[in-house]
Design a protein around this ligand. Sequence first.
Ligand SMILES: [Zn+2]
Length: 69
Amino acid sequence: MLCLEKDRLLDACVTATDRQAEAVQALSAIAAKDNRAAFRQARAHAQQARQDAAEATLALRLHSKTHGC
Ligand SMILES: [Zn+2]
């Protein structure tokens, strides 16, 4: 049976993971330049994106565990 909440959480995971990949790619591109302020900003963004992806994954796992789906 399809669980709408699991489907929603899965979509959130995919979106967060895509954003994390984009942030890491941007960080990598900026690291090649000599711009410390831009690098710090991109690094903070990448760290936040990683945190968001981890939280989305955790929410999905917790839901599946408690809902049995
Ligand atoms: Zn569920």
